[in-house]
Design a protein around this ligand. Sequence first.
Ligand code: AHM
Ligand code: MG
Length: 315
Amino acid sequence: MTDLAQWLNRQTNDADLAQTIMSMAAAGAELAAVLRQAPIAGQTGLAGSENVQGEAQKALDVISNDIVLNHLKANSAVSILISEELDEAVDLSSQGRFIVATDPLDGSSNLDVNVTVGTIFSILPRAGGLLQKGSAQLAAGYIAYGPAASLVVRITGTTSVFTLDANGVWLLTLAAAQVPATSGEFAINTARERFWDAATTSYVRENVAGETGAAGKRYNMRWVGSMVADIHRILMRGGIFLYPLDSETVSKGGRLRLLYEANPMSWLVEGAGGRSTTGRQNILDVEPTDIHQRAPVILGSSEEVKRVEDWYRRA
Ligand code: AHM
Ligand code: MG
């Protein structure tokens, strides 16, 4: 089987870029081992809480951030780290060519119930500065810590899936993920319906009407509450994920973060033939104004995303 190093060798001539993806993959392998043992090691629970010895308990969010930071510190190709867990961007190597933006542990509300969480990352050229559009990404990926640990990565070609073996090696298990153009599954937090805009409401209403409505077919709804898990399902078998701008999140610009959630996921979904939008424009074309900026996120099967875009055009 092809391992990650061999795959990278075929995908790019840029050894620094390959090494940076290897660093994130190594951080993911280390974190996978930590997460498997976390309830035994007493690492679940909130940051700031105390264990029975009265010692400050380290939350997995903090541990994850430290693991990623340590792997990137050891890689001189990385100049700057932007992390969901850190207020400011961190300077690493002054000679480094890349910026890495990461959510080291996405979906952390699922940690204490043993449901899939993930690490998301985006790699950008340092020369472009801290605030670059998603279309400037050099590579992006995520690691999903589920029944198997999956690394999904794309440079500029296909979106490929690796699985962590028992020896800690990432082996290629799907060379080119393909998101089917149509799907009968949608993912949205329906408890937020009262905040939705007209386009979102119309699209979901059509799906819920199933074969009795304009969509003309039956839909199912899935919401893990862990973006990595929801996107991984969509990459493997299709569907659409929506975290749109709504009346409650409008003042913040949305719920999910642009640089380390929306952009890398759009890069991966588009590499698998899917589509991504804020509703009004391609996510990858959004100009960031802040490293922790939020954005509306709608992505997945192309025909489903186009239906949502049609509703936005009509709205
Ligand atoms: P986090 O980065 O603080 O973990 O938040 C992001 C998560 C996503 O993984 C998920 O899609 C979303 O928040 C769930 O939101 P909700 O709580 O509305 O279900
Ligand atoms: Mg997150």
